[in-house]
Design a binder for this molecule. Sequence first.
Ligand SMILES: [Zn+2]
Length: 292
Amino acid sequence: MGIRCGNQVLAPPLEWNPETGEELAHEFVDVGPAGTVREWCWVAEPTAQHPLDHPFAMATITLDGADTSLVHVVDAGSIGAMSTGMRVAPRWRAQRNGHITDVEAFVPGEEPVVPSGDAGPASEPVTMMEYDAEEHYRTPVTRNELRAEEAIREGRFLGLRCPACGRTYTGGKGYCPVDAIELTQEHEVDLPQTGTLTNYTIVTPVQYAGQTETEPFARVHILLDDTDVILNFQPLIEVPNDQIRIGMRLSAVWASEAEAEHADRNQIANLVGWMPTGEPDVEDPDLVNRIN
Ligand SMILES: [Zn+2]
């Protein structure tokens, strides 16, 4: 079904005129069921998230009587059976629920395919549509990250100084993002273990798997001395939340070897946190903006 919008029929129907944003009158028009493929691309190796488990095409399809296209799947069997302008018709699911996935796929030809054992439309009216999505990330660990971790285990912060621009970085993939040159072992420098609190967040813990905190706690951003390096979301030790100030001078506190053994895997292994040095606060109105 499409919806009338001026001289056009939009399918799938929209609630609003896409040009003006005005609400459309509910003037529905039957379209299809067959249509014409406008653009397509062949998916040779479907993943678990694709609608079909064998090779297929993603295509934009203009249903007969419509002026706009919808994106759907064409189960054509082979890439050779696909062409721009080809005619396709829906293959319906046995049980329809009022969702776009009631069309299992479009197939080449003019005739819709209705499965044997057609169960018809579901008797319950549609009141809510749910969309589930899942994403998987694979991030390779770089040599630079391994070396930084090793330094942390030794109670050091590892930095990389770019020979071109002179900036010092920590973390990252081992490249100067400004000059795009690789920074390797020869560019490593030990970073200071003291710094200034530039900004902070008080986190009120909600309970979720892995959350062990029960009381509001602080995470602070620290500008390491004599560098442009900010360490983000660091734990602060022995400072009540209402006494945290931008400009506080802080020093890193490392765990003993025995303590590090029991460290939470999510923490920087043996860095317990940061404690005030007792020096006077740094007065600099720009500090507050240094969070990255
Ligand atoms: Zn650089």
